[in-house]
Design a binder for this molecule. Structure first.
Ligand code: NDP
Length: 340
């Protein structure tokens, strides 16, 4: 691939920093959008990546809640990786803090791409949360696994609002994409991302979840919640592969393996025996239904998610993008090592 000028929105975050690393190592000129350039501590690692590699990095200030905010950063770019979006698992103002930035932000970034006249390709970071909502969805839809064909139809503003924000944003991106001919859209849909972080400061739900796990939040019993997991470095690679491959099209589920919270705890315990206050047993569903609301987990969430298996089919990412997956044991070990 020829050297390009590429805007990575949210490029200083948990996943974004690995994407920027891949791109500057390949010699690209990378523009990274951040909300507040003066926060040097938060963005130093990104500037260092630019200084220590073949390519270069420039920071641009832009906000998903402000119209026209991305126009300057997108002007003159060849491609955009649109990754910025709040990944907060619970929030008291979901419309304001999740849906508006995800949905309006997508409109503003895609509009900046069209206005630029130079952008030819956009890779959007969606999520498996846009493919399915509650884990019971698989059973209710009579499926043995989810593929790129499915859309999450069960999340709403009041129930799984983060997932709802991702569905709205991805649908809007496809809608806008079909109305124009300047650029092509390719989407990646990662499962729950694990692995070390280059960013020291991030609000990513991935890091919050591992912090909860290691600090003993589940020590009295793990909820039987199942997730697909994928390594953060593989997710970054999927973005660059999607960008480079002219034949890449549509959505791409990214997942190495699915397991529940106990499965994850067992991997950590095997690598770091007796170091953390990890759960040694599963919490019964009736107990979770009873005490869930005290911890901010609704009864509806427990009813529709605890105790159900989840399976997603990631073969398109392997066949079309050529992605190979890091075993999730390594992702977890590296993440826990990084957290110390
Ligand atoms: P981070 O919180 O580390 O990254 C989110 C990024 O979004 C930050 O860089 C942040 O920028 C930016 N952002 C948030 N709100 C705004 C706003 N109002 N205006 C401008 N930028 C904003 O999380 P992740 O790296 O985990 O998530 C990155 C993307 O990947 C998200 O789209 C998320 O939905 C998606 N994803 C994540 C998964 C995971 O398990 N981690 C799984 C599937 C998808 P700033 O630097 O200014 O704070």
């Amino acid at each position: 691939m020829e050297k390009q000028t590429i805007l990575v929105t949210g490029g200083a975050g948990y996943i974004g920093s690995w994407v920027v690393k891949d791109l500057v190592e390949k010699g690209h000129t990378v523009r990274v959008s951040v909300r507040n350039k003066s926060n040097e501590e938060k963005y130093k690692h990104i500037l260092d990546l630019g200084n220590n590699n073949l390519g270069s990095v420039e920071l641009f200030e832009a906000d998903l809640t402000k119209e026209n905010s991305f126009d300057t950063a997108a002007a003159g770019c060849d491609s955009i990786i649109h990754m910025a979006s709040p990944f907060i698992l619970s929030d008291e103002k979901p419309q304001e803090n999740l849906v508006d930035p995800a949905l309006n932000g997508t409109k503003y970034v895609l509009s900046a791409a069209t206005k630029s006249g130079t952008v030819k390709k956009i890779v959007l970071t969606s999520s498996v949360a846009a493919v399915h909502g509650d884990t019971i969805d698989m059973q209710e839809q009579g499926l043995s696994e989810f593929t790129e064909e499915q859309w999450n139809t069960t999340s709403t503003l009041d129930h799984q609002p983060y997932s709802f924000s991702k569905v709205l944003a991805e649908k809007e991106a496809w809608k806008i994409s079909k109305r124009q001919t300047n650029w092509n859209l390719v989407v990646v849909n990662p499962s729950f991302v694990m692995g070390p972080s280059l960013a020291k400061i991030s609000n990513s739900g991935s890091i919050d979840f591992m912090n909860d796990m290691l600090s003993g939040k589940f020590k009295t019993g793990a909820p039987d919640l199942n997730f697909g997991f994928v390594d953060v470095r593989d997710v970054a690679k999927a973005h660059t592969l999607a960008l480079e491959n002219n034949n890449a099209e549509g959505r791409h589920i990214l997942c190495d393996r699915s397991m529940n919270v106990m499965g994850l705890a067992k991997i950590i315990e095997a690598e770091f025996p007796k170091k953390y206050k990890l759960p040694t047993m599963q919490s019964p569903k009736w107990l979770m239904t009873l005490i869930g609301p005290i911890f901010g987990v609704t009864r509806k969430f427990v009813k529709r998610n605890v105790g159900y298996k989840i399976s997603v089919n990631a073969s398109k990412s392997k066949n079309d993008l050529g992605l190979t997956y890091t075993p999730i044991e390594k992702s977890i070990k590296d993440m826990v090592d990084w957290m110390g």
